[in-house]
Design a protein around this ligand. Structure first.
Ligand SMILES: [Zn+2]
Length: 507
C-alpha cells in the first residue's frame, strides 16, 4: 500500500472491508475497493475479508473468514469500516463507535436471495445510522470524505440502530423461521455454505492465429446448442475500450447480446472499467505468467489476481451462456495463457480444440495486409509478422497445446487440412468432443455454399463480419505465393514438429 498522502488530508490508518459469510459472492464490493485503492487515496493499511468472493489484490492483507475474537480486534483497530448490509456487522461497528459505510448486497447481481439488505439499509440510512453507498461513485465519495476527516463518522448511540436491527431480525424470523434469529449473530463463525453452481462448458479454440479458426468456429456457431463469443481475450481492449464492431455488425456497446450479458453479469458494463480490467488482464493472462498459471500458489500476488480476474471472466461466460440460451460456449481466444487461466477457474468446464495448420500456410497468411473493418473511425490493418517468428510461434503453441492434457485439460487435435478434406466428418468430431449432437450433415447440406447466420463474436478475424456465402476449400495460395526463401526458413524452424502433424519436411 502506498504511504503517499493527499496534501492537506489527514488520511486514514486502517480500512477494514467486510463482505460477510453469505455463500453468494459479493465481488462487486471487492472490485470497487480495489479500484479506489488504485488511486493512492492515503490509507495506512487495508484488510479485506472476502468470503466466497474473489480476494482483493490491492489490500495489504486478505482473509476469507475471521474468527469472532479476531473480528472483535479488527473492529477496535479499524479507522473506517466498509461492509455489506448485514445487521450483525453494522451493530458491531456502531458498538465500536464507527458509523460504517454500507454497500448492500443486491438480488439482481446474484449477491443475495432477495433485496432485504437494500430495504434494511435504506431505513438505517434515513436515520443517519449508516453511510449508505448504492453505487461506486457514492462509495468513492464516502471513502474520500473519510480520508478528509481522518476516519469514519463517530457513532453516538441513541439506540435507534439497535431497535431497527431487532425489528429486522423479527421480520427475518417471520420470513425464515426461528433459525434466522441466530444466523446474523453468529456472523463470524458460521460455516459458509458453498454454492455449487453448474459449471459453464467452454470449447476453447487453441491455435496459432490464422490457422483456419474463423471459418471453423463460424460453422460451430451454426449449431443450435453452441454460441461462439469470439476472442474473449480481446474483450476489454476491442469491446469495452475501443467499442469495435461485434460479429453482428453493431458496435459493442449497442449489440443487444453483449448489452444483455453486461446487464446480467454486472448490472451493466458501466459498472466495470475496461481500462482497469485490461490492466488486471495483463497481470495474469500473459505468456510470462504461464508458470504461475500452471501452479497459482507459486506467487501470491499472481494467484490473487487470477482469482479476481477469473471471477470476472466466469461471470461473463455464465451470463453469455444464459443470454445465448445454448449449453456450450465457444471462445476463440487461441492464446496458450488464456486457456491455462480458464482451466484454473473452478466454475469453467474447459475443453480445448487444438487446431493445427501447415506452418507455411500460416506464415503466408501473416504476411498479407488485411483491413480490420470492425475498428470504427480509422483505417487499421491486422498485424503482420515475419515468417521466422511465425515458425517459432507455431512450435511453441503446438507444443503447449499438445501437452495440455498433462495438466488435466481435455483436448482434441484437429488439422485444418483434414477439416477442408472432410468438413462434415471433422465438424461432427468437434461436436462430439463438445458434447452436443452431431448435426454437421444438416448444417453443411452437400456442396451448396453456406450462408452463415448472425454471430456475436466480440473480436477476431474481420472475415467473421462477412455475410457472403462461404464455400469450404483449401487455401493453398502459399504454395505459389510464399517467397521460397521464407518457405525454407519456416520449414527449418518448424522441422522438429512437422512430422508429428504429417506435414512434409521437404518442399
Ligand atoms: Zn453482437
Amino acid at each position: 500500500m502506498s504511504t503517499v498522502e493527499h496534501i492537506g488530508d489527514p488520511g486514514i490508518e486502517r480500512l477494514f472491508v467486510i463482505v460477510g459469510t453469505d455463500y453468494h459472492r459479493f465481488d462487486r464490493l471487492v472490485w470497487w475497493i480495489d479500484e479506489w485503492l488504485e488511486g493512492d487515496p492515503g490509507v495506512g493499511s487495508v484488510l479485506v475479508q472476502h468470503g466466497t468472493s474473489g480476494p482483493s489484490e490491492r489490500a495489504d492483507s486478505i482473509i476469507d473468514y475471521l474468527r469472532r475474537s479476531e473480528l472483535a480486534q479488527e473492529f477496535r483497530d479499524a479507522s473506517v469500516v466498509v461492509c455489506q448490509g448485514g445487521p450483525a456487522t453494522i451493530l458491531q461497528c456502531r458498538a465500536n463507535g464507527i458509523v460504517p459505510i454500507v454497500v448492500p448486497r443486491e438480488e439482481r447481481f446474484d449477491e443475495h436471495v432477495n433485496d432485504h439488505q437494500v430495504d434494511f439499509c435504506e431505513r438505517l440510512a434515513g436515520h443517519g445510522d449508516i453511510d449508505l453507498a448504492r453505487t461506486k461513485d457514492e462509495l468513492f465519495r464516502l471513502l474520500d470524505e473519510s480520508v478528509g476527516r481522518g476516519g469514519s463518522r463517530i457513532a453516538t448511540d441513541d439506540g435507534h440502530a439497535a431497535i431497527a436491527i431487532s425489528n429486522f431480525e423479527d421480520q427475518m424470523v417471520e420470513l425464515l423461521g426461528e433459525r434466522a434469529r441466530s444466523l446474523p449473530a453468529d456472523l463470524a463463525e458460521v460455516v459458509p455454505l458453498h454454492a455449487s453452481p453448474k459449471p459453464v462448458p467452454v470449447l476453447y479454440v487453441g491455435s496459432v492465429p490464422r490457422s483456419g479458426s474463423t471459418i471453423i468456429s463460424d460453422l460451430i456457431n451454426e449449431h443450435p446448442h453452441v454460441i461462439n463469443i469470439g476472442e474473449l481475450v480481446h474483450m476489454w481492449e476491442r469491446g469495452l475500450i475501443e467499442n469495435n464492431l461485434c460479429g453482428c455488425g453493431e458496435p459493442f456497446s449497442e449489440c443487444p447480446f453483449w448489452s444483455e450479458v453486461g446487464e446480467r453479469a454486472f448490472g451493466g458494463w458501466s459498472h466495470l472499467s475496461g481500462e482497469r480490467m485490461h490492466t488486471l488482464q495483463r497481470r495474469v493472462d500473459r505468456t510470462r505468467f504461464i508458470p504461475a498459471l500452471v501452479k497459482p500458489n507459486l506467487s501470491r500476488s499472481v494467484g490473487t489476481s487470477i482469482v479476481q480476474y477469473g471471477s470476472v471472466l466466469t461471470r461473463i461466460l455464465r451470463a453469455a451462456l444464459e443470454v445465448g440460451d445454448a449449453p456450450v460456449i465457444v471462445d476463440t481466444s487461441k492464446h496458450v495463457s488464456t486457456a491455462l487461466l480458464l482451466h484454473q477457474l473452478p466454475e469453467i468446464d474447459l475443453r480445448v480444440l487444438h487446431l493445427v495448420r501447415d506452418p507455411r500456410g500460416v506464415a503466408h497468411s501473416w504476411t498479407k495486409a488485411v483491413k480490420r473493418p470492425e475498428v470504427r473511425g480509422e483505417d487499421r490493418d491486422m498485424d503482420t509478422l515475419h515468417p521466422g517468428r511465425i515458425g517459432l510461434r507455431w512450435l511453441w503453441f503446438n507444443w503447449a497445446f499438445q501437452n495440455m492434457d498433462r495438466l488435466g485439460v481435455r483436448s482434441v487435435t484437429i488439422r485444418y487440412e483434414d477439416f477442408v478434406a472432410d468438413p462434415t466428418g471433422t465438424l461432427n468430431d468437434i461436436f462430439a468432443f463438445a458434447g452436443v449432437d452431431e448435426l454437421a450433415s444438416d448444417l453443411l447440406d452437400g456442396d451448396s455454399p453456406l450462408i452463415l447466420g448472425e454471430g456475436h463474436s466480440v473480436a477476431g478475424n474481420p472475415r467473421r463480419l462477412d455475410r457472403k456465402p462461404v464455400k469450404i476449400r483449401a487455401d493453398e495460395a502459399w504454395r505459389g505465393d510464399l517467397d521460397p526463401k521464407m518457405r525454407d526458413l519456416v520449414t527449418r524452424v518448424t522441422r522438429p514438429m512437422l512430422g508429428r502433424y504429417r506435414y512434409p519436411k521437404d518442399l
